[in-house]
Design a protein around this ligand. Sequence first.
Ligand SMILES: [Zn+2]
Length: 287
Amino acid sequence: MSERLEACPVCGAEGACEYCPGMRPRMLRCPACGLLWLPGVTDAPVAEGTYEEGYYEWWLDLPEAVEAKRATFARLLGLLERHMSPGRLLDIGSAVGLLLEVARERGWEPVGVEVSRHAVRLARERLGEEVPLHVGRLEDAPLADGSFDAITMTDVLEHLPDPVASLRRCRQLLAPEGRLLITTPAVGCLSQRLMRGGWFQIKDEHTRLFTPRALREALQRAGMEIEASGTVRKTLSLGFVSSHFDAYPRPLLTPVLGGMTRVLGPMARVTVPMASGEMWAIARQQQ
Ligand SMILES: [Zn+2]
């Protein structure tokens, strides 16, 4: 008898099939919403220590990386600012605090929550004492319902084992007219269709990978709806991309990009906005 595979953690549909059989890590695909997920993951973060030293700062010694990341966050905050003026903002998965830093400069009043104690220490060094930073999970952070005008979750949703529950918590934390900005890898984008099982967004800690439909479904189940969405463009350099693939090696890509970076020298440090295989969405409470 064939194994009964678990139901989709977003839409609950049965009848999952294995995505790219033989691929590591093993992932299942939902026949209804298209979600890809790691079976058997019920708790986050995946493994104790996953998000500690090294996870957040493989890029910190690249000369162009901090400014490149700041430019990406400024572009994302600009999207949010089309819908609202700056107010109280919660950044979930605030990492080393760069989004919080850019948000503060743009007139937001930022608060961070982050599972990694190590990342929070680095964020504290950048931001000083006046930005509240909570170490731990969103669900455990002492935050008041309805107290945020905006919540940002950039590259976070794909790490969470129960995305619908986390999105419900976001809805509770938002003021009635509040907005949630999400970025997450987009299953169905060009790089995913070309690279399939070798897609660079497939990693042990990416426990759920969304199609646009799965993201819409997850938000709907959390009582929210998408108001605007699009393709993320990250400010990157060839050297930055190459360092990523040194940290997360891929056959072919890692040596080819490394070779190109060496040949191009300083030119490999020039930053440009590039599609990164991710989508963004701005959501609000269902009207
Ligand atoms: Zn599904």
